[in-house]
Ligand binder design. Sequence first.
Ligand code: GAP
Length: 434
Amino acid sequence: MTTLDKIVSLCKRRGFIYPGSEIYGGLRGTWDYGPLGAELKFNIKQEWWKAMVKNRDDVVGINASIIMNPKVWEASGHITGFNDPLIECKTCHQRFRADQGDIIAEHEKLHKEKKEKIDWTEEKKFNLLVEAKLGVIEGGKNMAYLRGEITQGAHVNFKNVLNSSRLKIPFGIAQIGKAFRNEITPGNFTYRSIEFEQMELQYYIKPDEKESMEFYEFWKNFRMDWYKSLGINPNNLRFREHQKNELAHYARTAWDIEYNTPFGWKECEGIHHRGDWDLSQHQKFSGQDMSYFDEETKKKYIPWVIETSGGVDRATLFFLIDAYHEEKDRIVLKLNSKLAPYKAAVFPLLKNKPELVGKAREIYQMLKANDLTVAWDDRGNIGKRYYSQDEIGTLHCITVDFDTLKDDTVTVRDRDTMKQERVKISELWKILKK
Ligand code: GAP
């Protein structure tokens, strides 16, 4: 059975994800991506960018600042409305989210076992924005915030993008970047962190109830299909609609794409109907006209927004969990070929035979020159090397042996079927590409 502990251990052992600043005892809710994690995350972002920006005519990408004028957060409602309910245990002063009943019950059990008092403070609102102080003069520093969502970078640039491109509504602004939240209870590995990456689309449309719901349904399904197209088992994905009392302050309608994790069904991405909330608020607070002039109808209006907002770290975690398989005598990460950190690994049969090593190096360099991420492994026996590459999801293992020196063929082993075939070096690239 796949457990979160097994995933955490694999990630640390093989260089996907480490605890943040570990040599100093770590920092709760922060994580560092190692060599394989950085590749995997990069591949996920690249596939997202391809599907959401590169392959579309109606979406452009931006890359906005993490630190913005603090007025942005007044306008967006985050200073007043971006809160979680907080309670504090009066016995040990630990703080919890009041809406996480199971965690609270677990905490009460600990005190009960020690025959200690169970006493909580009144619930209060806790703002999630992370504060930053800017300026060079001590005492005269200005308060700013690390962005709580990447969204506002798109909305404050709505007019810039419109005026510097030939886009017409409907169109979208896409972005990938870091966001920060003072989470009360970070946890479940990278699932809830204080620093994380988001990948978002803000899609601007006419203010029309019926049309907006058609776009909403389109993007909801488009995003679900994206996860499926990258190999997530469809049985582990579902939609969940937000109840009225769960809706964020900006959302008229919200559905989550959830993934079936070892710790329950959890949110992976949110699809939100934001109406005219953001642009109207920025118009009010900045005094700038944020409306759109429709040349066909000669009418001016504040566009509505359909948003798709996914977490890169959550997607990375869920792709890892979904790919993790324990088979008879191996652990294998069956990552989709577009996401796997290494597309191939090249092995010389013996590392003390210069002619084998030289030939294997040639193949390794040839594949790298063809834009493939390739691993090199000459440690231990071939069985151990297969085991090691399976565990990190490498698609193909290529072994150079003594026959290679005679007939220019190599053995190619497939990660999933474990089948081996003899392939001509001249056809290797073509076969791997397929
Ligand atoms: N712009 C809308 C927005 O930010 P959200 O539902 O608060 O909506 C969107 O966040 C996505 O960002 C989530 O579905 C999740 O994937 C990711 N996310 C949010 N908070 C996170 C956290 N503390 N750690 C990791 N990912 C997080």
